[in-house]
Design a protein. Structure first.
Length: 70
């Protein structure tokens, strides 16, 4: 997480880039597409079918950074 000090506080920016755990293909959630999918699920995770043909899951950790897992 990147933090910037401003007058009267801090701004924290979450890392929205993640990669496929199988083939290391890079993904970005700059437009919150995957965040919205995570919010719809009770598990707070979403399944992604990678270009390599293997599925994986992604979610956001407690710091707000995107993470992927199998």
């Amino acid at each position: 997480m990147i933090g910037v000090q401003i007058k009267n506080g801090f701004l924290d920016f979450a890392k929205t880039d993640f990669q496929c755990p199988h083939c290391k293909a890079k993904y970005s959630d700059a437009d919150d597409k995957y965040l919205k999918r995570c919010e719809k699920n009770k598990s707070w995770a979403t399944k992604i079918n990678c270009k390599c043909g293997n599925p994986f899951f992604m979610t956001y950790n407690y710091e707000g950074d995107a993470v992927s897992f199998v």
